[in-house]
Write a protein that binds this ligand. Sequence first.
Ligand code: PAF
Length: 290
Amino acid sequence: MAQPLIITDAASMRAWTRHERQQGHSVGLVPTMGALHEGHLTLAREAAVDCDRVIVSVFVNPTQFGPGEDYDAYPRTLDSDSKKLAVTGAVDVIFAPSEAEIYPLGANLTWVTVDQIGDHLCGSSRPGHFRGVTTIVARLFAICEPDVAVFGLKDAQQFFILKRMTAEMGFAVTLKGVPTVREGDGLAMSSRNRYLSPEERSAAPILYAALQEARDQIVERGVRDSVTIVAEVRELLGTEPLCRIDYVQLVDTQTLQPLHNLASGSKVLLASAAFFGSARLIDNAIVDVP
Ligand code: PAF
């Protein structure tokens, strides 16, 4: 069980990747904010399927948290993260920079933003969030220079936004999206699940159950009207007193714009976010409309 090398500065990180590439090795990157769970470990293993060397970055990025969000409370667990990554045997380097390393000039003035597709769903609930995500991921690409970068599809909107950014910025990296890893009762794995009280934890799988219900409506019962589908999801979530809905929407997987009628043969994204106590959880399903 080899312990991954920990690199904390950008220059050494870039030098490491360049050295590996000179040796003929491809390099994969898994960007994370730490507090790793089985979902992240799956991303690391997936990176190792495609690449000879794997970097996992661990950085709680301040610019993607809004005022009053959980930036201060966000768990910082580098020691246990590093042990978990060692067990996978898939990871060569943990890139764990300080805030000063990533934002060296203090208040950040240079941003990468993706218009329109960042405006809906989490974009409207968390203004400025995706601008922080695209900016940090662009910076990680510039520092780590990966051939492949791997992201979880639980954050489907983030993945589509990052794909657009990568295509339009001309980054020489291929993005790989990996299906959501779930607990036995369907709850999507998330670092924020640790905020849940036992009662909230028992209630939270309703988010997945509601998405399954919507999928059944579309696939089994042939419902094509998004208002009906969304209303049923909201009604089901409304039966759980500990669940406070943030949004439920059916959107196009390319434009992320809300859909009214679902076209046969299309792919749609059913996206939801809800609070259970202070924890804001998101989940989604990509559905092929028969
Ligand atoms: O998905 C996350 O954990 C974060 O948004 C990411 C991609 C690591 C950027 O900070």
